[in-house]
Design a protein around this ligand. Structure first.
Ligand SMILES: [Zn+2]
Length: 188
């Protein structure tokens, strides 16, 4: 899948919102990916994850791990295409944990995935979890990197689409200064 095809899908599903948004990181932005408008279509999710899985086909991945909530779906679907297992990491007191009997075996080759990468916060939490369990991270895969490639997660990062979205600290936000109403989309 080419980046322009991914963008077309997000636009067609009306998942790309433009305006003035409060992100879960606390930053403000003029663009927001309402990712579940895409993820709610199983066939769209499947096509995206097939493409993402294809980028890690030679990595002998043993386990795919993603953070709740959208990352669970991506992890499941990527694992399906790689013919392996998946797990999801839940939030507990500012960090990520495995529940429900999920185990990362020491030395296990783990692919970490998520839907949309903004600051990389969720992905970093999952990476810490995997490292803490002694897993070997083979890479990070996301559907959309909206940092425009600026976020460094410390491992090879693959995205199907890179978007350079403008983000602002609240005190420096030009949209706030212009008095544009701030919307808080629910993601976490
Ligand atoms: Zn603002």
């Amino acid at each position: 899948m080419k980046p322009e095809e991914v963008m077309e899908m997000f636009e067609r599903d009306e998942a790309v919102l433009r305006g003035h948004f409060l992100l879960s990181s606390g930053l403000h932005s003029d663009i927001y990916f309402e990712k579940f408008r895409v993820l709610q279509h199983p066939e769209h999710l499947e096509a995206l994850c097939r493409a993402l899985a294809g980028r890690f086909g030679g990595e002998e991945v043993e386990l795919v791990v993603g953070p709740t909530t959208g990352g669970m779906l991506v992890a499941y679907e990527v694992a399906k295409h790689l013919g392996t297992t998946f797990a999801f990491a839940e939030r507990e007191g500012g960090r990520r944990v495995l529940r429900r009997g999920f185990v990362i075996p020491p030395g296990g080759r783990v692919l970490v995935v998520d839907d949309v990468l903004t600051t990389g916060g969720s992905v970093r939490e999952v990476l810490e979890l995997v490292e803490g369990c002694g897993g070997e991270v083979v890479g990070v895969g996301v559907l959309v990197d909206r940092s425009g490639g600026k976020v460094d997660v410390g491992y090879p990062l693959v995205s199907l689409l890179q978007v350079e979205a403008r983000t602002f600290r609240p005190e420096e936000c030009p949209l706030c200064r212009e008095g544009v109403p701030l919307k808080k989309p629910g993601s976490r």
